[in-house]
Ligand binder design. Structure first.
Ligand code: ITT
Length: 193
């Protein structure tokens, strides 16, 4: 199975992690490779809705089958925020340092630091959509730990581990992460049919 797949994302960190999980099983084609340089709208208000919106946008405007993913961090003591607004939590610059600082500030004094990452992958083929969800439970650390990974990784401690995602090697994170789990469901679907 050596298929070409458009991955509809503007985030190079997602491309890096997903390429590693795919381990050469597909040729990933990026948005720039198909001439899509505009920002794809993410306006549905849900993680699943935005994942579908991104993949359908590419299908409708470029006529290509593709997949996309949308990820959110859900913090229980903050009514599951930032959720769909995870990237823009501290403003339109999508700055991970400002995002983490805001989250740590909003959790100051709270004992419940339970959180989870949720990824939804949307796959569009011939205009039909399938979605695959991956969740990792965990909690928000009291401060940043580690320098690997990206986004909120330095402050996310996955369940059953004493270290943050930013203290793990890529393989170790991919094995248990929201993205790794969603991707495994997607891959078994592709293998089955
Ligand atoms: P797209 O082009 O794919 O939409 P994006 O960066 O805008 O890329 P999202 O809308 O899915 O992505 O926003 C995801 C947010 O969650 C963003 O702030 C990321 O830094 C963060 N994030 C996603 N996956 C993460 C991970 O594995 N570890 C830590 N933070 C993550």
């Amino acid at each position: 199975m050596h298929m070409k797949m458009v991955f509809a994302t503007g985030n190079p960190n997602k491309v890096r992690e997903i390429s590693q999980i795919l381990d050469g099983r597909f040729d990933l084609v990026g948005l720039k490779d198909i001439g899509c340089t505009e920002e794809i709208p993410e306006t549905t208000g849900t993680i699943q809705g935005n994942a579908i919106q991104k993949a359908m946008y590419v299908y409708e405007n470029y006529g290509m089958d593709c997949f996309s993913e949308d990820t959110g961090l859900e913090v229980f003591a903050l009514d599951m925020e930032p959720g769909v607004d995870t990237a823009l939590y501290a403003g339109p610059q999508k700055d991970p340092e400002a995002n983490m600082a805001k989250l740590l500030r909003n959790l100051e004094g709270k004992t419940d630091r339970k959180a989870r990452f949720r990824t939804v992958i949307a796959f569009v083929k011939g205009g039909e959509v399938k979605t695959f969800e991956g969740i990792v439970e965990g909690k928000i650390a009291l401060g940043k730990r580690g320098t690997k990974g990206f986004g909120y990784d330095p402050i996310f401690l996955p369940e059953g581990k004493d270290i943050s995602f930013a203290q793990m090697d890529k393989d170790e994170k991919n094995k248990i992460s929201h993205r790794g789990r969603a991707m495994n469901k997607f891959l078994s679907y592709l293998k089955g049919g």
